[in-house]
Ligand binder design. Structure first.
Ligand SMILES: *Cc1c(COP(=O)(O)O)cnc(C)c1O
Length: 366
């Protein structure tokens, strides 16, 4: 089989999604499955839909178009503010987009009129993490200015936390979002069908038994694919953390000194690594590097220790010399996963059926 590759177990992804869909349904919350880390991979999207996610969300219009081309049938949400230059593609290929700027919503309105389509808008509100969002005090006037735009429907409000500054979703900021939903409806009537509380970082709050108020949607990516929550990067009870693994191939394995020889300067990435002399060690090279992955996001198996990396080489220490051509599997964190998924040099290989039809252990190519 070709290497390097990502091995994606669709049955495990399905299990993770179904488990969270059920737990959140008991709290009155439905799930938007976020596909951006898999480049809108149709097989993963389909596994998520079979598991009961209500809609799919992606930050890139290209990924949504790829899923549409592959006949993935689901409501599609663009979860990053559309670029003005992409308004026409957005109204044609998505049902809803997240928005924070009136200029963009006006452009969506004229594109939607031209395309003879209705376009749904979720207004994102800034609640402390200082990434995207309308300031809470400006929400009502924004609604007033967009609500009568032709071919635009206000579908809901939402927020995003824990991404830029690591601010945790909690009872206070979630109650604030609920109160904003109530106050918009006091002024404009019952118009908000979606109150989207956040991402995988919201799970601890959502499943804690706290009052979920008006929040009826979470957008989940990392937790479905990697089985862990992003606030403390702990595994979530009952979920698979090995649904996706990275396999790389050994191209060199030799006994070498642990300490470099010669005048020290910067390496290819501007670092000056400090290395202590431990005598000779077994140094093994895998054919993968910064160009394909974030090496700091890889978790090596027992007996393999990370030493360093350059664009095309991952250098590890192993207990013994490894056969040339042998393979090593790694667990990945989110940042390594995103890079690996987007590298054209890494094959994506699917296992299982995402719980539909008969189970299969054979690997099929993406
Ligand atoms: C990426 C993203 C998500 C999903 O985040 P996870 O931590 O992967 O669950 C949700 N909402 C927005 C706006 C995003 O950009």
């Amino acid at each position: 089989m070709s290497a390097p590759r990502l091995e994606i177990d669709l049955d495990k992804v399905h299990h993770n999604a179904q488990t969270l869909v059920k737990r959140l349904a008991a709290r009155g919350i439905s799930v938007t499955g976020v596909t951006k880390s898999s480049l809108g991979c149709p097989a993963i999207a389909t596994a998520l839909l079979r598991a009961g996610v209500r809609a799919l969300g992606d930050s890139r219009i290209e990924n949504i178009e790829a899923m549409r081309d592959a006949q993935v049938a689901a409501p599609m949400t663009l979860i990053r503010s559309p670029m003005l230059s992409q308004a026409e593609r957005v109204v044609v290929h998505t049902d809803i987009s997240f928005n924070t700027e009136l200029d963009v919503i006006r452009e969506l309105s004229s594109a939607a009129q031209k395309a003879k389509r209705m376009h749904g808008v979720v207004l994102m509100v800034e609640l402390g993490d200082l990434r995207e969002g309308i300031m809470p005090g400006e929400l009502e006037s924004t609604v007033r200015q967009m609500i009568h735009l032709p071919n635009i429907l206000l579908k809901g409000i939402g927020t995003n936390l824990a991404c830029r500054c690591g601010v945790s979703p909690d009872t206070n900021n979630m109650a604030e979002l609920s109160a904003l939903a109530d106050s918009i409806e006091t002024s404009f009537g019952s118009i908000l069908s979606i109150v989207s509380g956040g991402n995988s970082a919201n799970l601890e709050w959502a499943l804690s038994g706290a009052d979920t108020g008006r929040i009826n949607d979470l957008r989940l990516g990392e937790s479905l694919l990697l089985g862990c929550e992003p606030l403390h990067r702990q595994p979530i009870d009952g979920l698979h953390t090995d649904a996706i693994t990275l396999v790389a191939e050994v191209i060199e394995s030799k006994l070498k000194p642990s300490q470099p020889r010669g005048e020290p300067g910067q390496n290819a990435f501007g670092e000056t690594p400090s290395i202590t002399n431990r005598g000779h060690i077994t140094q093994t090279i895998l054919a993968i590097g910064y160009q394909d992955i974030d090496p700091s996001g890889l978790q090596a198996p027992v007996g393999i220790r990370f030493l360093g990396a350059s664009s095309d080489h991952l250098v590890v220490e192993s207990d013994h010399c490894l056969p040339i051509g042998s393979e090593i599997s790694f667990q990945l964190n989110y940042s390594a996963l995103v890079r690996a998924m987007t590298s054209p040099f890494i094959a994506k290989v699917m296992k299982g059926q995402g719980h539909h039809g008969h189970m299969s252990d054979s690997y099929g190519k993406l």
